[in-house]
Design a protein around this ligand. Structure first.
Ligand code: F6P
Length: 258
């Protein structure tokens, strides 16, 4: 049933894509806050989008972490063909989250399920300037970082700012500053206010927002009424080639408020 999305966009999908000025929206019925099955269906759509849109040749797919992405990874099935080979890399270093939802683990699972290759990036995401520059000189890290920068596809989620700040164990001071700046969304380690303006960046290793501007394929996966503000804020300035995969609960609420 979910695959109907690919035969023609329905009205809601068209409206949402046009509101954000992006290429495409795919909407799963239901509310992912309440029904876990909805997140599994995000996974089916991600898999189908990758199957249809990834070009032949060698693809590098950068994958972010989080609970949504971990569930999405479980639903990917073999994507290799005689002509197409896929290498999965974490989009960024670890972020002190539970192992199962770190980008390293999620990209490894996606690679295994897609029968593709995988490279891990064994560095914490938050680093001192000094440690950062030292690590950048390490050959093993340098080569994975180079692959990440060459990625032609990224799959990521969008989180709520304060929820993500707490989950990443940011300091009280940083959390107060995020509140003062009205941060509502987080993605790729950047925090955004309601207008989609960046109000804070976490110093990090891996993909930057600048890197994704020209990336040919971007899948943003987030749903549920609880993420409406976060999705709306991030999507305001998201690259136009982004496909938003979301659910009906979020889509209806976003369209009501805009
Ligand atoms: O950390 C990666 C990430 O995809 C972020 O971009 C986003 O803020 C967060 O995960 C979402 O996490 P969850 O899927 O658990 O809500």
């Amino acid at each position: 049933v979910v695959l109907e999305q690919f035969t023609g966009m329905d009205q809601l999908e068209k409206q949402l894509a046009s509101l954000f000025g992006i290429d495409r929206c795919l909407i799963v019925s239901g509310n992912s806050d309440e029904q876990e099955k909805v997140i599994s269906e995000f996974g089916v759509l991600v898999e189908e989008a990758l199957r249809r849109e990834l070009p032949d040749g060698r693809n590098i797919i950068a994958v972010m972490g989080g609970t949504t992405m971990a569930e999405v990874a479980r639903h990917v099935s073999p994507l290799e063909t005689a002509k197409r080979h896929n290498l999965f890399v974490p989009a960024r270093g670890g972020i002190g989250e539970a192992v199962a939802i770190q980008a390293n683990s999620v990209s490894a699972l996606m690679a295994a399920n897609a029968h593709g290759e995988h490279r891990a990036l064994y560095v914490p995401e938050q680093l001192s300037e000094e440690a950062y520059h030292t690590l950048l000189k390490e050959p093993a890290i340098k080569s994975v970082l180079a692959m990440i920068k060459e990625a032609n596809c990224v799959v990521h989620s969008i989180g709520r700012a304060l929820h993500m700040a707490a989950r990443r164990k940011m300091s009280e001071d940083e959390i107060i500053r995020l509140k003062q700046k009205n941060a509502v969304a987080e993605s790729f380690g950047y925090f955004f206010d309601e207008n989609g303006a960046i109000v804070h960046k976490v110093p990090r290793i891996g993909l930057s927002l600048e890197d994704i501007q020209k990336m040919p394929m971007i899948l943003a996966v987030a749903g549920g009424r609880s993420k409406v503000k976060a999705i709306t804020a991030y999507m305001k300035n998201a690259p136009k080639q982004t496909w938003l995969i979301t659910d009906e609960a979020a889509a209806n609420e976003i369209l009501k408020g805009n």
